[in-house]
Design a protein around this ligand. Structure first.
Ligand code: NAG
Ligand code: NAG
Ligand code: NAG
Ligand code: NAG
Ligand code: NAG
Ligand code: NAG
Ligand code: CA
Ligand code: CA
Length: 451
Protein backbone atom coordinates (compact mmCIF):
# COMPACT_ATOMS: atom_id res chain seq x y z
CA UNK A 1 0.00 0.00 0.00
CA UNK A 2 1.30 3.45 -0.88
CA UNK A 3 1.66 5.96 1.82
CA UNK A 4 -0.88 8.30 0.24
CA UNK A 5 -3.39 5.47 0.12
CA UNK A 6 -2.73 4.79 3.77
CA UNK A 7 -3.12 8.45 4.66
CA UNK A 8 -6.32 8.73 2.65
CA UNK A 9 -7.81 5.72 4.43
CA UNK A 10 -6.80 7.21 7.76
CA UNK A 11 -8.36 10.54 6.83
CA UNK A 12 -11.53 8.77 5.75
CA UNK A 13 -11.69 6.86 9.01
CA UNK A 14 -11.18 10.01 11.06
CA UNK A 15 -13.86 11.82 9.06
CA UNK A 16 -16.25 8.93 9.60
CA UNK A 17 -15.49 9.00 13.33
CA UNK A 18 -16.05 12.74 13.58
CA UNK A 19 -19.29 12.53 11.62
CA UNK A 20 -20.46 9.71 13.84
CA UNK A 21 -19.61 11.63 16.99
CA UNK A 22 -21.31 14.76 15.79
CA UNK A 23 -24.49 13.24 14.46
CA UNK A 24 -27.23 14.83 16.53
CA UNK A 25 -30.70 13.46 16.09
CA UNK A 26 -33.68 15.71 16.10
CA UNK A 27 -37.35 15.34 16.78
CA UNK A 28 -39.29 14.53 13.63
CA UNK A 29 -40.72 17.59 11.91
CA UNK A 30 -43.66 16.50 9.80
CA UNK A 31 -45.39 18.51 7.19
CA UNK A 32 -49.00 17.46 7.35
CA UNK A 33 -49.68 18.41 3.78
CA UNK A 34 -47.47 15.47 2.82
CA UNK A 35 -49.45 12.27 2.80
CA UNK A 36 -47.21 10.21 5.06
CA UNK A 37 -49.83 8.80 7.36
CA UNK A 38 -49.08 5.15 7.27
CA UNK A 39 -49.17 2.17 9.53
CA UNK A 40 -45.68 2.38 11.00
CA UNK A 41 -45.58 4.48 14.15
CA UNK A 42 -41.82 4.84 13.82
CA UNK A 43 -41.25 5.39 17.53
CA UNK A 44 -37.88 7.15 17.84
CA UNK A 45 -35.94 7.32 21.09
CA UNK A 46 -33.74 10.38 21.46
CA UNK A 47 -31.24 9.97 24.27
CA UNK A 48 -29.81 12.99 26.05
CA UNK A 49 -27.20 12.70 28.80
CA UNK A 50 -24.79 15.05 30.53
CA UNK A 51 -22.10 13.89 28.08
CA UNK A 52 -23.73 16.23 25.61
CA UNK A 53 -26.96 17.90 26.64
CA UNK A 54 -27.63 19.46 23.24
CA UNK A 55 -26.91 16.49 21.05
CA UNK A 56 -29.26 13.51 21.07
CA UNK A 57 -28.37 9.99 20.07
CA UNK A 58 -30.94 7.81 18.37
CA UNK A 59 -31.10 4.71 20.57
CA UNK A 60 -31.65 1.30 19.04
CA UNK A 61 -34.76 -0.45 20.35
CA UNK A 62 -32.85 -3.66 20.94
CA UNK A 63 -29.10 -3.18 21.13
CA UNK A 64 -27.51 -0.55 23.39
CA UNK A 65 -23.89 -1.49 22.74
CA UNK A 66 -23.23 1.51 20.51
CA UNK A 67 -24.47 3.95 23.21
CA UNK A 68 -21.90 3.77 26.00
CA UNK A 69 -23.36 6.97 27.49
CA UNK A 70 -26.64 5.12 28.09
CA UNK A 71 -25.66 4.07 31.62
CA UNK A 72 -28.40 1.87 33.01
CA UNK A 73 -27.26 2.31 36.62
CA UNK A 74 -28.52 5.86 36.39
CA UNK A 75 -32.13 6.89 36.55
CA UNK A 76 -33.98 7.26 33.26
CA UNK A 77 -36.73 9.75 32.54
CA UNK A 78 -38.90 9.36 29.45
CA UNK A 79 -40.62 12.46 28.11
CA UNK A 80 -43.70 11.42 26.13
CA UNK A 81 -45.47 14.10 24.12
CA UNK A 82 -49.14 14.27 23.14
CA UNK A 83 -51.27 14.99 20.10
CA UNK A 84 -49.49 17.04 17.40
CA UNK A 85 -52.23 18.31 15.09
CA UNK A 86 -49.79 20.22 12.90
CA UNK A 87 -46.93 17.74 12.96
CA UNK A 88 -44.40 20.25 14.28
CA UNK A 89 -42.05 19.31 17.14
CA UNK A 90 -43.16 20.46 20.62
CA UNK A 91 -41.47 23.79 21.32
CA UNK A 92 -40.62 22.86 24.91
CA UNK A 93 -38.96 19.52 24.36
CA UNK A 94 -35.30 20.61 24.35
CA UNK A 95 -35.80 22.82 27.39
CA UNK A 96 -37.42 19.95 29.25
CA UNK A 97 -34.50 17.62 28.74
CA UNK A 98 -31.95 20.38 29.49
CA UNK A 99 -33.61 21.15 32.79
CA UNK A 100 -33.85 17.53 33.88
CA UNK A 101 -30.16 17.01 33.13
CA UNK A 102 -29.34 20.18 34.98
CA UNK A 103 -31.07 18.76 38.05
CA UNK A 104 -29.76 15.24 37.90
CA UNK A 105 -27.18 13.05 36.20
CA UNK A 106 -29.59 10.75 34.40
CA UNK A 107 -30.66 9.45 31.03
CA UNK A 108 -33.36 11.52 29.40
CA UNK A 109 -35.19 9.78 26.59
CA UNK A 110 -37.37 11.99 24.47
CA UNK A 111 -39.92 9.69 22.92
CA UNK A 112 -40.70 10.88 19.42
CA UNK A 113 -43.91 9.18 18.29
CA UNK A 114 -44.82 12.06 16.02
CA UNK A 115 -45.77 9.72 13.18
CA UNK A 116 -48.50 8.38 15.43
CA UNK A 117 -49.45 11.66 17.12
CA UNK A 118 -49.51 13.97 14.12
CA UNK A 119 -52.77 13.13 12.49
CA UNK A 120 -55.67 15.33 11.53
CA UNK A 121 -57.79 12.57 13.00
CA UNK A 122 -57.57 12.65 16.82
CA UNK A 123 -59.27 9.22 16.99
CA UNK A 124 -56.36 7.76 15.08
CA UNK A 125 -53.84 9.35 17.44
CA UNK A 126 -55.74 7.91 20.41
CA UNK A 127 -55.67 4.47 18.83
CA UNK A 128 -51.92 4.86 18.36
CA UNK A 129 -51.35 5.50 22.09
CA UNK A 130 -51.90 1.78 22.78
CA UNK A 131 -49.44 0.81 20.05
CA UNK A 132 -46.83 3.33 21.17
CA UNK A 133 -47.18 1.98 24.72
CA UNK A 134 -46.59 -1.60 23.59
CA UNK A 135 -43.54 -0.51 21.64
CA UNK A 136 -42.08 1.35 24.64
CA UNK A 137 -42.89 -1.53 26.97
CA UNK A 138 -40.72 -3.82 24.85
CA UNK A 139 -37.91 -1.28 25.03
CA UNK A 140 -38.11 -0.97 28.82
CA UNK A 141 -38.06 -4.76 29.15
CA UNK A 142 -34.81 -4.77 27.19
CA UNK A 143 -33.45 -2.04 29.45
CA UNK A 144 -34.35 -4.33 32.35
CA UNK A 145 -32.56 -7.29 30.73
CA UNK A 146 -29.52 -5.05 30.42
CA UNK A 147 -29.52 -4.27 34.12
CA UNK A 148 -31.88 -1.30 34.58
CA UNK A 149 -34.21 -1.33 37.54
CA UNK A 150 -37.85 -0.43 37.01
CA UNK A 151 -37.63 1.59 40.25
CA UNK A 152 -35.30 4.00 38.52
CA UNK A 153 -37.66 4.71 35.63
CA UNK A 154 -39.76 7.89 35.55
CA UNK A 155 -42.29 8.30 32.76
CA UNK A 156 -43.37 11.90 32.19
CA UNK A 157 -46.36 12.01 29.88
CA UNK A 158 -48.04 15.10 28.48
CA UNK A 159 -51.68 14.88 27.39
CA UNK A 160 -52.02 11.66 25.34
CA UNK A 161 -48.51 10.85 26.54
CA UNK A 162 -49.82 10.60 30.12
CA UNK A 163 -52.10 7.75 29.10
CA UNK A 164 -49.27 6.11 27.12
CA UNK A 165 -47.26 6.21 30.34
CA UNK A 166 -50.23 4.58 32.12
CA UNK A 167 -50.48 1.79 29.55
CA UNK A 168 -46.74 1.10 29.74
CA UNK A 169 -46.99 1.04 33.52
CA UNK A 170 -49.90 -1.40 33.42
CA UNK A 171 -48.02 -3.62 30.94
CA UNK A 172 -45.25 -3.78 33.54
CA UNK A 173 -47.70 -4.54 36.36
CA UNK A 174 -47.30 -1.18 38.06
CA UNK A 175 -43.65 -1.71 38.97
CA UNK A 176 -42.29 1.42 37.24
CA UNK A 177 -40.98 3.84 39.85
CA UNK A 178 -42.94 6.92 38.95
CA UNK A 179 -45.36 8.31 36.38
CA UNK A 180 -46.02 12.03 36.09
CA UNK A 181 -49.09 12.98 34.08
CA UNK A 182 -49.17 16.55 32.78
CA UNK A 183 -52.73 17.50 31.90
CA UNK A 184 -53.59 13.96 30.84
CA UNK A 185 -55.88 13.98 27.81
CA UNK A 186 -59.63 14.04 28.47
CA UNK A 187 -61.34 13.59 25.09
CA UNK A 188 -61.97 9.88 24.39
CA UNK A 189 -60.50 8.90 27.79
CA UNK A 190 -63.05 10.48 30.12
CA UNK A 191 -65.24 7.77 31.58
CA UNK A 192 -62.84 4.98 30.62
CA UNK A 193 -62.14 2.20 33.14
CA UNK A 194 -58.66 2.34 34.78
CA UNK A 195 -57.12 -0.05 32.25
CA UNK A 196 -57.95 2.38 29.44
CA UNK A 197 -56.47 5.47 31.07
CA UNK A 198 -53.81 6.54 33.57
CA UNK A 199 -54.60 5.44 37.15
CA UNK A 200 -52.72 5.01 40.45
CA UNK A 201 -52.08 1.28 39.90
CA UNK A 202 -49.96 2.02 36.82
CA UNK A 203 -46.80 2.80 38.80
CA UNK A 204 -45.45 2.74 42.32
CA UNK A 205 -46.17 6.45 42.48
CA UNK A 206 -48.37 8.50 40.16
CA UNK A 207 -48.51 12.31 40.34
CA UNK A 208 -50.80 14.29 38.07
CA UNK A 209 -51.32 17.94 37.16
CA UNK A 210 -54.60 19.27 35.74
CA UNK A 211 -54.71 22.58 33.86
CA UNK A 212 -57.55 22.31 31.33
CA UNK A 213 -60.30 20.04 32.66
CA UNK A 214 -62.97 21.84 30.62
CA UNK A 215 -61.02 21.42 27.38
CA UNK A 216 -58.27 19.03 26.39
CA UNK A 217 -57.55 17.72 29.88
CA UNK A 218 -59.05 15.12 32.20
CA UNK A 219 -61.36 16.23 35.01
CA UNK A 220 -61.24 13.38 37.53
CA UNK A 221 -58.23 12.47 39.69
CA UNK A 222 -55.88 9.95 38.09
CA UNK A 223 -52.99 9.55 40.49
CA UNK A 224 -51.91 9.18 44.10
CA UNK A 225 -51.81 12.95 44.11
CA UNK A 226 -53.63 15.24 41.72
CA UNK A 227 -52.80 18.95 41.57
CA UNK A 228 -55.42 21.28 40.12
CA UNK A 229 -53.63 24.49 39.14
CA UNK A 230 -55.95 27.48 39.49
CA UNK A 231 -58.80 25.02 39.88
CA UNK A 232 -57.65 23.07 36.82
CA UNK A 233 -60.04 24.76 34.40
CA UNK A 234 -58.50 27.95 33.04
CA UNK A 235 -55.03 29.36 33.48
CA UNK A 236 -54.23 33.01 34.17
CA UNK A 237 -52.75 34.79 31.18
CA UNK A 238 -54.35 32.42 28.69
CA UNK A 239 -56.71 33.89 26.08
CA UNK A 240 -60.40 33.72 26.94
CA UNK A 241 -61.78 33.98 23.43
CA UNK A 242 -61.39 32.14 20.17
CA UNK A 243 -60.20 35.38 18.52
CA UNK A 244 -56.71 34.67 19.86
CA UNK A 245 -56.28 31.85 17.37
CA UNK A 246 -54.82 28.46 18.15
CA UNK A 247 -53.42 29.54 21.49
CA UNK A 248 -57.01 29.70 22.75
CA UNK A 249 -57.23 25.93 22.32
CA UNK A 250 -53.90 24.88 23.73
CA UNK A 251 -52.72 27.54 26.20
CA UNK A 252 -54.37 26.07 29.33
CA UNK A 253 -53.31 22.56 28.34
CA UNK A 254 -49.71 23.48 27.58
CA UNK A 255 -49.36 25.45 30.80
CA UNK A 256 -49.00 22.09 32.54
CA UNK A 257 -45.55 21.67 30.99
CA UNK A 258 -44.50 25.22 31.92
CA UNK A 259 -45.56 24.74 35.53
CA UNK A 260 -43.70 21.46 35.80
CA UNK A 261 -40.53 22.99 34.31
CA UNK A 262 -40.61 25.73 36.96
CA UNK A 263 -40.58 22.97 39.55
CA UNK A 264 -37.68 21.15 37.89
CA UNK A 265 -35.35 24.12 38.04
CA UNK A 266 -36.73 25.16 41.45
CA UNK A 267 -37.61 28.66 40.31
CA UNK A 268 -39.89 28.69 43.32
CA UNK A 269 -42.29 26.30 45.00
CA UNK A 270 -46.06 25.89 45.00
CA UNK A 271 -47.73 23.82 47.68
CA UNK A 272 -50.86 21.86 46.86
CA UNK A 273 -53.52 22.17 49.55
CA UNK A 274 -55.76 19.09 49.95
CA UNK A 275 -59.34 20.18 49.42
CA UNK A 276 -62.60 18.78 48.11
CA UNK A 277 -63.27 21.74 45.82
CA UNK A 278 -61.61 24.80 44.36
CA UNK A 279 -64.26 26.96 45.95
CA UNK A 280 -63.41 25.69 49.41
CA UNK A 281 -59.75 26.28 48.66
CA UNK A 282 -60.36 29.89 47.62
CA UNK A 283 -62.46 30.41 50.73
CA UNK A 284 -59.44 29.51 52.81
CA UNK A 285 -61.01 26.37 54.25
CA UNK A 286 -58.19 24.05 53.23
CA UNK A 287 -55.03 25.60 54.62
CA UNK A 288 -54.47 22.87 57.17
CA UNK A 289 -51.46 20.69 56.40
CA UNK A 290 -51.19 18.80 59.69
CA UNK A 291 -51.68 15.40 58.09
CA UNK A 292 -48.28 15.89 56.39
CA UNK A 293 -46.43 16.70 59.62
CA UNK A 294 -43.35 18.88 59.64
CA UNK A 295 -42.94 18.76 55.85
CA UNK A 296 -46.20 20.66 55.37
CA UNK A 297 -48.43 20.27 52.34
CA UNK A 298 -46.91 18.59 49.26
CA UNK A 299 -44.92 20.79 46.92
CA UNK A 300 -46.12 20.49 43.34
CA UNK A 301 -43.88 19.01 40.68
CA UNK A 302 -40.58 17.26 40.39
CA UNK A 303 -39.88 17.10 44.12
CA UNK A 304 -43.25 15.74 45.26
CA UNK A 305 -41.58 12.36 45.79
CA UNK A 306 -40.58 13.65 49.23
CA UNK A 307 -44.26 13.11 50.20
CA UNK A 308 -44.51 9.76 48.47
CA UNK A 309 -44.84 7.52 51.54
CA UNK A 310 -47.52 9.56 53.24
CA UNK A 311 -49.41 10.02 49.96
CA UNK A 312 -49.35 6.27 49.30
CA UNK A 313 -50.86 5.75 52.76
CA UNK A 314 -53.57 8.30 52.05
CA UNK A 315 -54.55 6.57 48.79
CA UNK A 316 -55.61 9.43 46.54
CA UNK A 317 -55.21 13.10 47.42
CA UNK A 318 -56.73 15.96 45.49
CA UNK A 319 -54.95 19.31 45.93
CA UNK A 320 -55.17 22.89 44.70
CA UNK A 321 -52.78 25.76 44.18
CA UNK A 322 -52.89 29.08 42.34
CA UNK A 323 -50.30 30.51 40.00
CA UNK A 324 -49.25 33.75 38.34
CA UNK A 325 -49.70 34.49 34.65
CA UNK A 326 -46.04 34.04 33.82
CA UNK A 327 -42.98 32.34 35.27
CA UNK A 328 -42.14 32.42 38.14
CA UNK A 329 -45.60 30.93 38.49
CA UNK A 330 -45.71 30.38 42.22
CA UNK A 331 -47.66 32.75 44.43
CA UNK A 332 -47.18 33.75 48.07
CA UNK A 333 -50.05 32.87 50.35
CA UNK A 334 -51.28 34.56 53.49
CA UNK A 335 -54.13 33.75 55.81
CA UNK A 336 -56.08 36.93 56.57
CA UNK A 337 -58.21 37.13 59.70
CA UNK A 338 -60.52 40.07 60.17
CA UNK A 339 -62.63 40.95 63.21
CA UNK A 340 -64.98 43.94 63.20
CA UNK A 341 -67.09 45.78 65.73
CA UNK A 342 -69.84 47.17 63.44
CA UNK A 343 -73.30 46.48 64.85
CA UNK A 344 -74.54 45.20 61.50
CA UNK A 345 -73.24 42.42 59.35
CA UNK A 346 -71.17 43.67 56.42
CA UNK A 347 -70.62 41.96 53.07
CA UNK A 348 -67.78 42.90 50.78
CA UNK A 349 -64.33 42.45 49.34
CA UNK A 350 -60.94 43.18 50.86
CA UNK A 351 -57.91 44.27 48.87
CA UNK A 352 -54.55 43.96 50.58
CA UNK A 353 -51.44 45.62 49.25
CA UNK A 354 -48.02 44.88 50.71
CA UNK A 355 -45.03 47.21 50.33
CA UNK A 356 -41.40 46.39 51.01
CA UNK A 357 -37.94 46.42 49.45
CA UNK A 358 -39.13 49.04 46.98
CA UNK A 359 -41.77 46.71 45.58
CA UNK A 360 -45.43 46.13 46.10
CA UNK A 361 -47.85 43.30 45.53
CA UNK A 362 -51.63 43.20 45.65
CA UNK A 363 -54.22 40.56 46.45
CA UNK A 364 -57.92 41.17 45.94
CA UNK A 365 -60.13 38.65 47.66
CA UNK A 366 -63.10 38.92 45.36
CA UNK A 367 -64.04 35.46 44.17
CA UNK A 368 -67.14 36.02 46.31
CA UNK A 369 -68.34 38.59 48.84
CA UNK A 370 -67.10 37.83 52.34
CA UNK A 371 -69.26 38.18 55.40
CA UNK A 372 -67.99 40.25 58.33
CA UNK A 373 -69.76 40.03 61.66
CA UNK A 374 -69.27 41.73 65.02
CA UNK A 375 -66.59 40.09 67.19
CA UNK A 376 -66.42 37.12 64.88
CA UNK A 377 -63.27 36.17 63.05
CA UNK A 378 -63.65 36.07 59.25
CA UNK A 379 -60.91 33.94 57.70
CA UNK A 380 -59.77 34.79 54.18
CA UNK A 381 -57.07 33.51 51.88
CA UNK A 382 -54.89 36.02 50.02
CA UNK A 383 -52.41 35.18 47.32
CA UNK A 384 -49.73 37.58 46.12
CA UNK A 385 -47.68 37.34 42.96
CA UNK A 386 -44.40 37.69 44.84
CA UNK A 387 -42.86 37.29 48.26
CA UNK A 388 -41.63 40.61 49.66
CA UNK A 389 -39.65 38.95 52.48
CA UNK A 390 -39.90 42.02 54.68
CA UNK A 391 -43.18 43.95 54.65
CA UNK A 392 -42.71 47.60 55.57
CA UNK A 393 -46.18 48.91 54.88
CA UNK A 394 -49.59 47.54 54.18
CA UNK A 395 -52.65 49.02 52.50
CA UNK A 396 -56.21 47.88 52.95
CA UNK A 397 -59.33 48.62 50.99
CA UNK A 398 -62.90 47.54 51.61
CA UNK A 399 -65.50 47.57 48.87
CA UNK A 400 -68.98 46.27 48.32
CA UNK A 401 -68.99 46.67 44.56
CA UNK A 402 -70.95 49.86 45.10
CA UNK A 403 -69.44 52.38 42.66
CA UNK A 404 -71.93 55.24 42.64
CA UNK A 405 -72.51 55.90 46.29
CA UNK A 406 -70.00 54.14 48.47
CA UNK A 407 -71.26 54.59 52.00
CA UNK A 408 -70.27 51.66 54.17
CA UNK A 409 -67.53 51.49 56.75
CA UNK A 410 -65.80 48.46 58.10
CA UNK A 411 -64.78 49.09 61.70
CA UNK A 412 -61.89 46.71 62.05
CA UNK A 413 -60.97 45.67 65.55
CA UNK A 414 -58.10 43.59 64.34
CA UNK A 415 -56.71 42.34 61.06
CA UNK A 416 -54.03 39.70 61.08
CA UNK A 417 -52.01 38.44 58.10
CA UNK A 418 -50.07 35.21 58.47
CA UNK A 419 -47.48 34.11 55.89
CA UNK A 420 -48.31 30.46 55.30
CA UNK A 421 -44.70 29.37 54.77
CA UNK A 422 -42.86 31.43 57.34
CA UNK A 423 -45.76 31.61 59.81
CA UNK A 424 -44.89 35.25 60.52
CA UNK A 425 -47.88 37.40 61.43
CA UNK A 426 -48.56 41.08 60.81
CA UNK A 427 -51.32 42.91 62.64
CA UNK A 428 -53.19 46.14 62.77
CA UNK A 429 -55.63 47.00 65.52
CA UNK A 430 -58.46 49.45 65.41
CA UNK A 431 -58.71 50.87 61.92
CA UNK A 432 -61.74 52.17 60.06
CA UNK A 433 -62.00 51.27 56.40
CA UNK A 434 -64.24 53.61 54.50
CA UNK A 435 -65.63 52.00 51.40
CA UNK A 436 -63.33 52.26 48.36
CA UNK A 437 -60.73 54.31 50.28
CA UNK A 438 -57.31 52.81 50.64
CA UNK A 439 -55.71 53.05 54.08
CA UNK A 440 -51.96 52.59 54.35
CA UNK A 441 -50.10 51.91 57.58
CA UNK A 442 -47.15 50.19 59.13
CA UNK A 443 -48.19 46.77 60.42
CA UNK A 444 -47.04 45.68 63.84
CA UNK A 445 -46.20 42.26 65.24
CA UNK A 446 -49.35 40.60 66.57
CA UNK A 447 -50.03 40.47 70.30
CA UNK A 448 -50.83 37.18 71.89
CA UNK A 449 -54.28 38.19 72.94
CA UNK A 450 -57.54 36.34 72.88
CA UNK A 451 -59.46 38.65 70.67
C1 NAG B 1 -22.20 18.35 21.54
O1 NAG B 1 -22.46 18.02 20.21
C2 NAG B 1 -22.37 19.13 19.32
C3 NAG B 1 -22.75 18.65 17.94
O2 NAG B 1 -22.03 17.51 17.58
C4 NAG B 1 -20.95 19.67 19.33
O3 NAG B 1 -20.87 20.78 18.48
C5 NAG B 1 -20.63 20.08 20.75
O4 NAG B 1 -19.26 20.49 20.82
C6 NAG B 1 -20.81 18.91 21.70
N1 NAG B 1 -20.63 19.38 23.07
C7 NAG B 1 -19.92 18.68 23.94
C8 NAG B 1 -19.84 19.28 25.32
O5 NAG B 1 -19.37 17.63 23.68
C1 NAG C 1 -45.31 21.56 3.38
O1 NAG C 1 -45.44 20.94 2.10
C2 NAG C 1 -46.07 21.75 1.13
C3 NAG C 1 -46.30 20.90 -0.13
O2 NAG C 1 -45.15 20.21 -0.48
C4 NAG C 1 -45.20 22.97 0.87
O3 NAG C 1 -45.80 23.82 -0.10
C5 NAG C 1 -45.01 23.72 2.18
O4 NAG C 1 -44.12 24.79 2.00
C6 NAG C 1 -44.45 22.81 3.27
N1 NAG C 1 -44.44 23.51 4.55
C7 NAG C 1 -43.42 23.44 5.39
C8 NAG C 1 -43.57 24.20 6.66
O5 NAG C 1 -42.42 22.80 5.17
C1 NAG D 1 -40.86 -0.15 18.05
O1 NAG D 1 -40.83 0.76 16.98
C2 NAG D 1 -39.57 0.81 16.30
C3 NAG D 1 -39.65 1.90 15.28
O2 NAG D 1 -40.85 1.87 14.60
C4 NAG D 1 -39.28 -0.57 15.69
O3 NAG D 1 -38.03 -0.55 15.08
C5 NAG D 1 -39.30 -1.60 16.81
O4 NAG D 1 -39.11 -2.89 16.27
C6 NAG D 1 -40.61 -1.56 17.54
N1 NAG D 1 -40.57 -2.48 18.65
C7 NAG D 1 -41.47 -3.43 18.80
C8 NAG D 1 -41.30 -4.35 19.95
O5 NAG D 1 -42.41 -3.56 18.04
C1 NAG E 1 -25.16 -4.61 18.60
O1 NAG E 1 -24.56 -3.55 17.90
C2 NAG E 1 -23.15 -3.69 17.81
C3 NAG E 1 -22.57 -2.42 17.20
O2 NAG E 1 -23.54 -1.67 16.54
C4 NAG E 1 -22.82 -4.94 16.98
O3 NAG E 1 -21.43 -5.09 16.89
C5 NAG E 1 -23.43 -6.14 17.68
O4 NAG E 1 -23.24 -7.31 16.91
C6 NAG E 1 -24.92 -5.95 17.93
N1 NAG E 1 -25.40 -7.03 18.74
C7 NAG E 1 -26.49 -7.73 18.43
C8 NAG E 1 -26.89 -8.80 19.39
O5 NAG E 1 -27.13 -7.51 17.41
C1 NAG F 1 -22.74 4.62 35.47
O1 NAG F 1 -23.39 5.37 36.50
C2 NAG F 1 -23.01 4.96 37.78
C3 NAG F 1 -23.90 5.72 38.77
O2 NAG F 1 -23.90 7.08 38.48
C4 NAG F 1 -21.53 5.25 37.99
O3 NAG F 1 -21.13 4.82 39.28
C5 NAG F 1 -20.74 4.48 36.93
O4 NAG F 1 -19.37 4.81 37.01
C6 NAG F 1 -21.24 4.82 35.54
N1 NAG F 1 -20.59 3.95 34.57
C7 NAG F 1 -19.99 4.42 33.50
C8 NAG F 1 -19.43 3.41 32.57
O5 NAG F 1 -19.92 5.61 33.27
C1 NAG G 1 -47.20 -9.10 34.88
O1 NAG G 1 -48.13 -10.04 35.40
C2 NAG G 1 -48.53 -11.02 34.44
C3 NAG G 1 -49.65 -11.86 35.04
O2 NAG G 1 -49.35 -12.15 36.38
C4 NAG G 1 -47.31 -11.84 34.05
O3 NAG G 1 -47.68 -12.80 33.07
C5 NAG G 1 -46.25 -10.92 33.46
O4 NAG G 1 -45.07 -11.63 33.20
C6 NAG G 1 -45.93 -9.79 34.42
N1 NAG G 1 -45.06 -8.85 33.74
C7 NAG G 1 -44.03 -8.25 34.32
C8 NAG G 1 -43.24 -7.32 33.47
O5 NAG G 1 -43.74 -8.42 35.49
CA1 CA H 1 -54.24 2.35 33.82
CA1 CA I 1 -59.79 25.71 29.87
Amino acid sequence: MFLWQYLLTLLLLITVQICKAQRCEEFTDLNLSHAFIGTNLNVRLLLYTRENVTCAALVSHTNFSSHPQFNLSRRTAFIIHGYRPTGSPPGWIQKFSDMLLDREDMNVIVVDWNYGAANVNYFKAVENTYKAADNLTAFIKIMQENGASLNSIHLIGVSLGAHIAGFIGANLNGSIGRITGLDAAGPLYTGNPPEKRLDPTDAQFVDVLHTDIDGLGFREPLGHIDFYANGGTDQPGCPKTIFSGSSYFKCDHQRSVMLFLDSVDRTCTSRGFPCSSYKDFLNGNCLNCEVFGAEGCPVFGYDVTKWRDVLLKLGQTKTYFNTNKVSPYCTTSYRVEVMIWNQDVRWGYITVKLHGNGKETVATINHRASQFQKFTETKLFAQFDKDLQSVKKMSLKFSTGNVLKPKYKLRVLRIRLTHLERKESLCRYDVILEENKEVTFRPIPCEDSNF
